[in-house]
Ligand binder design. Structure first.
Ligand code: SF4
Length: 324
């Protein structure tokens, strides 16, 4: 690990100012950043600790919720309002990492966790995300935990978060305070970038931008399911995961929201699939069609082809459970 300057400001304003220069990084739980610093994949010159700024509240707001950026994954999963109104979020959180990690990992940090592509963590390997312009060792290399949607010829990395998939299906918005104090509110589609030819730029955040909270609107429906398919029963990243929220009316799917993990370069959502389901009676044929539509633009490589049939089966199982 390289030497770095550690600061623990007394206010969010001071924290934003301390992190406004290139080479600075916020730290809260540190469950991903510390690993990356030990491996020298990331080497911030200054680490700004935001864990004691009072950003750890959970409150009702506008019929939904406002979740502070440093609320831990354990506290969020156990919150009674989350369990009652947003069970898809609670289940996704509990499907992620281990109990010890969830006790430290935070809401804002979870959104910002880096890919688990093994070449990203190997500083001897070519990686456009870690070292822009160096190439991509995954292409032509060992591929399994990589994406099939939203990828580019420069990077096929996967977004690894379970929580972010649930946030995506719930139409979460990320509240961000800039270094100059301006506050903005970003949908996750505007928060995460696609890799394109700049895979090292993963979000639209600028230096000094501090995630202060995540806002959830009232849920679309009460039929909520999160299913994660993985290599072992715990402490493993998703090969494929599906988050579903349905509103049923008279035996038909009135509205559907679906988000996917294990498939995309960012938590994936596809309005075409949701449009296909809206107003329809549940059926095997409909759910099979939904899988076809979801993967119409998928570009698997050798080693990730298995994800296509797996995703279709997982989606069908989740829709069947949610619509019952
Ligand atoms: Fe790096 Fe992305 Fe290629 Fe992995 S897939 S080696 S993260 S550029």
């Amino acid at each position: 690990m390289r030497p770095f300057d550690y600061q623990r400001p007394e206010s969010a304003e001071a924290a934003r100012a301390a992190a406004a220069s290139e080479g600075a990084s916020f730290i809260a739980g540190g469950t991903n950043l510390i690993d990356l610093m030990k491996l020298e994949v990331m080497a911030p010159e200054r680490v700004v600790d935001i864990s004691r700024l009072g950003l750890d509240g959970i409150e009702a707001q506008d019929g939904g919720m406002r979740i502070g950026a440093t609320v831990t994954n354990s506290d969020l999963a156990a919150d009674m309002t989350v369990r009652r109104r947003y069970p898809v979020l609670s289940r996704a959180l509990l499907a992620g990492a281990s109990g010890q990690l969830r006790n430290k990992a935070t809401t804002g940090g979870n959104l910002l966790q880096r890919t688990r592509c093994p070449y990203f963590y190997d500083t001897d390997a070519a990686c456009n995300k870690r070292a822009p312009g160096s190439g991509c060792a995954a292409l032509g290399g060992e591929m399994r935990n990589h994406a099939v949607l939203g990828i580019s010829e420069h990077c096929v990395a996967l977004h690894p978060s379970d929580m972010a998939v649930a946030m995506r299906v719930l139409d979460a918005r990320v509240e961000v305070a800039a270094a100059d104090g301006a506050v903005r509110d970003l949908a996750l589609d505007d928060f995460y970038r696609l890799p394109g030819d700049t895979p090292h730029l993963e979000t639209t955040l600028d230096p000094g931008d501090l995630i202060t909270a995540v806002r959830l609107p009232a849920p679309l429906g009460d039929r909520q399911v999160y299913r994660k398919v993985r290599d072992r029963a715990s402490y493993a990243f998703a090969l494929v995961s599906v988050a579903a929220v349905l509103r049923m009316e008279g035996g038909r799917i009135a509205e559907a929201a679906l988000a996917f993990g294990g498939l995309g370069s960012r938590p994936w959502r596809d309005p075409e699939v949701e449009r296909l389901l809206a107003g329809e009676a549940p059926s095997e044929a409909l759910f099979d069609k939904a899988g076809e539509v979801l993967l119409r633009d998928a570009t698997p490589h050798e080693g990730t082809e298995f994800k296509l049939p797996l995703a279709k089966r997982a989606l069908k199982a989740v829709l069947t459970e949610a619509a019952q």
